[in-house]
Design a protein around this ligand. Sequence first.
Ligand code: SF4
Length: 428
Amino acid sequence: MTEVPRLPTSGGCRSEPILKQRGQREVFCGLTGIIWLHRKMQDAFFLVIGSRTCAHLLQSAAGVMIFAEPRFGTAILEETDLAGLADAQTELDKVVDQLLARRTDIKQLFLVGSCPSEVIKLDLSRAAERMTEKYAPSVRVLNFSGSGIETTFTQGEDACLASMVPVLPVCDERQLLLVGALPDVVEEQAVALLSAMGIQPIKVLPAPRSDTDLGIGTNTVFALTQPFLGDTHAALERRGARHLPAPFPFGEEGTTAWLRAIADEFDIDAETFERVTAAPRARARKAIAQASEALRGKSIFFFPDSQLEIPLARFLTRECGMEAIEVGAPFIHKGIVGPDLDMLAQGPTLSEGQDVDLQLDRCRTARPDLTVCGLGLANPLEADGLATKWAIELVFTPVHFYEQAGDLAGLFSRPLRRATLLKLEAAE
Ligand code: SF4
């Protein structure tokens, strides 16, 4: 019989009070998501309508990757272009015409909005409709916002996937839809485990190409693989699909509970579940035990950034022996992270949103052994002698499911080891 994750005896955190603060916040913008999305969607192009800052962000986030045929770019609209919005629309049409004439491999074009007030005034949804009419059926044009005023860095993926849902064809077949852009190797592991249980058909959003047979309907059940997909969740429900709430597949326990929720929906018997999961579960437990040695008894403080904070706090406290002091998330959507909250023991402060100065004060007072935060806060905190982990690494590194569980623990133990070494060097 498969063990079911035990709820904390103190009661979980689902009904705990949440500290809500609004003030200055320190997060990356949603354009960042283009870096991992363009790798997943092989016939898509992301055209950011933005400023030179946006172009620099994309370039530096993409590192030194130079592609012969890149799948993202920035249309830099100068202020003079934007002074006359009619001109800006014409300018945009011209850029898209040139792009699509040169790149016949593009089948999905995303117009991505950004921060400058002139860009916000541009009606990109109308532009997308107009261009879809012009280029259909060979190219579908959609739009979403990656603006830092409206989005944190993982919300770019959410906005992108949510923009795709309304145009998916109707599918009446009973099917499982996995939602979230995972690295291919990780996605393949999830599909292999579910297929080995006999679950099919399994579809994935985003699909690697727009011409796959991905549809949606009232017989679709979906499981999220990332906790930051609130708008996509709502868009799928509007199409009649049903969400399977579950803890997120981080660590052995989270992965087992996530698989279990799907297995129960598809009436998979306990013996089959055990046969498929026993070996990878054992491997995951062993890897976590090794990688989490440096984490046991250590305290952790999460600044709100990726929306992965609650599931990660659950993993780190329950499977790695850490103590959470504060778990901050940009948004807390209980319909999505409720099962993780149920498993997170009461004790840490739960906070939603941010007033960064007040939160920095709390962090400096608590002096946690490890602080998870955005790049902008890491250096000042390190200068104060606090070890930090960049939240953004968690979305650029394969961390889901059994085979990555040890690596996930390792991501948190490395900065602690580094801090210990630095202290030893300083003492010599
Ligand atoms: S915060 Fe705004 S201006 Fe800056 S890179 Fe992001 S979208 Fe562009």
